[in-house]
Every structure is written in C-alpha cells, then in structure tokens.
Design a protein around this ligand. Structure first.
Ligand code: NAI
Length: 308
C-alpha cells in the first residue's frame, strides 16, 4: 500500500504523521512546492519510528510527482488556510488553481488512486476535482463531515461531562460555518438519545458551537486547526485501506440522493477499499430536509464561482 499526501503544511503533515504511526501503508509520500519542507518533515517523522515503533516510511518530495507513482490513496491538502475572520469560501480563487493542477499531476502517476480532498472550500474543491479530472465518482471523497462530527461529539461530551468515545453523532450538509447540519435529533450517548440528557437550549448551543468550531480555533490559534483535521483525514484513509466499511459523512457527488443532483456535499457513506461504496439514506425530518436544501443552495452558489 502506498499513500501520497500533497501539502506538507499543518494539516498535510499531521495527516501523514497519523498515517505512519498507524502503519496504514508501506510508504507515505509527502509532497509540497516549498523546497525542502516535505523532505525535512518526513525525516523528522521517520526519526520517531525508533521511539514509537512503526515501520511505515515517510518520503519527502519537492513537487516531484514521479515519487508519488502507483499510490493507492492520495490526499490533497495543498492550498491556503483561513486567517482569523476569513470564511472558507474566501479561499476559492487561489485554491481552485492549486487543487486543479495537483489533481492532474497526481492522476497522471496514480490513475487508479482514491482521491481525498481536504483543501477549502472543500465541497467546491471536491466538485472541481471531479469535473476537471473525470475520475469515477466513487473514488472521490471530500473530508469535512468527519471533522465536523468529531467536533460535534466533543461538544456533546463536554456538555454532558462524559467520554467522547460514548457519543455517536453526525454532521451532514456543506462544510461551512452556516451550511453544516449537526444532527442533534439522531445523536446518542451509548444508544440513548442525547435529548434525554440535555435541554433543547443546551442542544442548540452544542449545534451552534459545532458550526463555528473551526472559526473558534482559527481565532484562538491565529490560523486554522490541524490536529483534528489530520486525525479525521487519517480515519478516512484507514477505513479505505483496511476496508473497514465505516459509515462516515463525506462530501460525495450526489445524483438524486437526498434530493440533490450535480453537487458534492456531505452525506453518510460507507468507506471501503474501492472508495465510497454506498450512500446511507437517513430519513430526515422536514426541518432537516429544509436545512439540507438551504445548504445545497449555498454550496451551489459557491460552485458557480468556478465557471465550470
Ligand atoms: P498550510 O498553509 O499549513 O499548508 C498548505 C501547504 O500547501 C503549504 O505547505 C504550501 O506550500 C502547500 N502548497 C501550496 N500550493 C501547493 C501546490 N501547488 N502543490 C503542493 N503544495 C502546495 O495550510 P493547512 O493548515 O495545512 O491547510 C491546508 C488546506 O486545508 C487549507 O485550504 C485549509 O483551509 C484546509 N482545511 C480543510 C479542512 C477540512 O475539514 N476540509 C480542515 C482544515 C483545513
């Protein structure tokens, strides 16, 4: 198994670090345009092998795609991150050019790879990658819902003072502060609806905190987060390479599912060795359906800016 991560910045390097620690592949190529950075970070990571005990080898590459040849999974994190006060949407122009070029280069050397898009605005970047590359839709996955769901579970666990491990919950819809939909109605604590433990006001606060979860961190840190984004991306890779068939909300191409066509946005999918294997159809309430439609409108208007 060979995995490539493009972008050796905060999210890409953390993703690669998580992947090698879990030995999800024999080789992990970390590629960046900045001279020496991916080589340096890869060597630094490899020096943890003797301390932590793993056998996966990270390999750095300054924009040499030959080294990525034959990758089974490729992850795209290249692009600008948010600064305080910026929305994910403001990144569109710059990141579209980067994601387009990177996808072309990756598929030239790894035509059969499963592609995971992380760069923001992620739903639009996933759609762009699909339209520009013509890759079969089941091999293209946008990472956003896995992270938003982890944040949702954490805020629920904090509100209830319990372990996040005992919380189940999902965030679907677009990966944006106003477009994501935390499904509070369906969230559970050990199978028991969280509404048995938290008031409507508390649940509303959890949902609101989740939606601005990324912005809260950007404000605190001064740039966008990386620990949870890197772990969430690794989790997608793990479900794929180990064929775990986990259900994870991911941005995928919809062709009528959830009432939407010709758009990529977050819905629960089963992730296995061939990519996303099927879309899980949740029976949404009328309010959730309306929120999903509104979210799709926002993603669609963002896609329109691409002029595809
Ligand atoms: P960063 O600035 O730390 O790293 C980005 C890296 O991409 C830099 O090292 C840069 O040199 C590299 N890069 C730029 N153009 C490139 C190209 N053409 N080829 C190869 N490498 C190139 O940014 P960070 O924090 O790692 O974020 C990366 C992206 O991920 C941003 O767009 C950010 O908004 C997004 N993001 C998405 C999340 C999600 O849930 N989907 C979560 C967190 C971040």
């Amino acid at each position: 198994m060979k995995i490539t991560v493009v972008g050796a910045g905060a999210v890409g390097a953390t993703t690669a670090d998580n992947i090698i620690r879990r030995e999800l592949a024999e080789e992990v190529v970390l590629l960046d345009i900045k001279e020496g950075v991916s080589e340096g970070k890869s060597l630094d990571m490899y020096q943890t092998a003797a301390l932590l005990g793993f056998n996966t080898k990270p390999i750095g590459s300054t924009n040499d795609y030959e080294k990525t040849k034959g990758s089974d999974v490729v992850v795209i994190t290249s692009g600008l991150p948010r600064k305080p006060g910026m929305t994910r949407e403001e990144l569109i122009g710059i990141n579209a050019g980067i994601v387009k070029g990177v996808t072309e280069n990756l598929l030239k050397y790894s035509p059969k790879a499963i592609v995971i898009v992380v760069s923001n605005p992620m739903d639009t970047m996933t759609y762009l990658a699909l339209k520009e590359s013509g890759i079969p839709k089941k091999r293209l996955i946008g990472m956003g819902g896995a992270l938003d769901s982890a944040r949702f579970k954490t805020y629920l666990a904090l509100a209830m003072d319990v372990s996040p491990l005992d919380i189940h919950g999902m965030v679907i819809g677009g990966h944006g502060d106003t477009t994501m939909i935390p499904l509070t109605r369906l969230a559970t604590y050990n199978g028991i609806p969280v509404s048995r433990f938290l008031s409507a006001d508390q649940l509303e606060k959890v949902a609101a905190d989740t939606m601005v979860g990324g912005a809260t961190l950007t404000k605190l840190i001064g740039t966008s987060a990386w620990y949870a984004p890197g772990a969430a991306t690794m989790m997608l890779v793990e479900s794929i390479v180990r064929n775990q068939k986990r259900i994870v909300p991911c941005s995928v191409y919809l062709n009528g599912e959830y009432g939407q066509k010709d758009i990529c946005m977050g819905v629960p999918v089963v992730l296995g060795r061939s990519g996303w294997e099927k879309i899980v159809n949740l029976r949404l309430s009328d309010a959730e359906k309306a929120a999903f439609e509104k979210s799709a409108e926002a993603v669609r208007s963002m896609n329109a800016a691409l002029n595809l």
